[in-house]
Design a protein around this ligand. Structure first.
Ligand SMILES: [Zn+2]
Length: 330
């Protein structure tokens, strides 16, 4: 956890000279580019003040909403036949927030049904009931429904367990494929193959194994997310609206036990700011970063004829009215 600086020395008074930024190219969802001139004038501020502001914000607790939440169980929520559906495979309670950008936009902009499958309740068995309550609250804040794959969530979702006990692993794969068959989602969201944490990698393997059990003609969009390690070859950046990020932070704040150990909630906006830097990967090195403030990177593709086929398009979905999230699925 960081600590606010205590001895900020101002070597010069902040200047008030204005700066006019040059126009910036914004890749559109369709793969084109738009000249989006940013010409607002901003007074210059000393770097010491800006650093102190970052440190202050990191140390400012986020208000956790007081909300009644329906309990999760192994009974799956009813599929709403009138809506499209996204299934979010969460390795841990809190991943529904940390990787929830695309599902939240689909909910708010397209009125999709969003289901969070809390695959595990964490490795610490003494905290599982507490973490279950936390994820229930977080999903109530987000507007996601949720369910558990089995009582108290799965254990041993990692590559080593997959190799060590094929029978136990295959039972979990079968259960998850039943869940996918129940919802028949248009989109499944899960961590990417090298997400830097054994349970996240295990969630990817479980998700892909479960998809492989589906009938050969089953197809859906798959969005691979990143948290513990960046995707080496992402193809899509999804801008995060300020309102949506505020909701995601409020939901994250429900995970009080985890935030006490590591300030996941307060670090989240900084992570999404830094992700926009990597827009260069999509636009081409040397090009401008997308003209957005917060973004989450994913690798988007299609589950088709029994395998994951990554999209060949590099795209940025911005936050303007012309940047519809549904363009990803056109
Ligand atoms: Zn996690």
């Amino acid at each position: 956890m960081g600590r606010a600086g205590t001895s900020i020395v101002r070597r010069s008074r902040p200047r008030t000279a204005s700066r006019v930024n040059k126009s910036i190219s914004l890749p559109l969802a369709q793969g084109g580019f738009r000249e989006g001139g940013v010409t607002q004038e901003q007074p210059e501020t000393s770097s010491q003040t800006i650093v102190a502001d970052y440190a202050r914000l990191l140390n400012t607790p986020v208000a956790a909403p007081d909300i009644d939440a329906p309990p999760f169980s192994t009974d799956l929520p009813k599929r709403d036949a009138g809506k499209k559906c996204a299934l979010l495979l969460s390795a841990h309670p809190d991943d529904e927030c940390l990787t929830g950008v695309l599902p939240l936009r689909l909910l708010r902009e397209q009125n999709w049904q969003i289901i969070n499958i809390a695959l595990t309740l964490g490795s610490n068995s003494s905290r599982r009931m507490e973490r279950k309550k936390e994820v229930e609250k977080a999903c109530a804040v987000l507007g996601f429904a949720g369910a558990l794959p089995e009582e108290n969530g799965f254990s041993d979702i990692n590559p080593a367990a997959r190799n060590a006990d094929a029978d136990a692993w295959n039972k979990k794969v079968k259960r998850l494929s039943e869940i996918i068959a129940h919802f028949r989602p248009q989109v499944i969201v899960m961590p990417h193959a090298n997400d830097g944490h054994a349970t996240h990698v295990g969630t990817y393997l479980l998700g892909m194994d479960a998809l492989a059990l589906m009938p050969q003609d089953f197809t859906c969009t798959v969005a691979l997310t990143e948290y513990w390690q960046q995707i080496a070859d992402p193809n899509t950046m999804i801008a995060v609206k300020e309102d949506d990020l505020a909701t995601l932070m409020s939901a994250l704040a429900c995970h009080a036990g985890e935030n006490a150990r590591n300030a996941y909630d307060r670090r989240f906006p900084a992570l999404l700011i830094d992700t926009v830097r990597r827009g260069e990967i999509l636009a081409g090195q040397g090009k401008a970063a997308p003209a957005i403030t917060f973004g989450q990177m994913v690798k988007l593709g299609t589950w088709l004829k029994g395998r994951f086929v990554p999209s060949a398009l590099n795209r940025v979905v911005g936050t303007s009215t012309t940047d519809s999230i549904s363009a990803l699925f056109a």
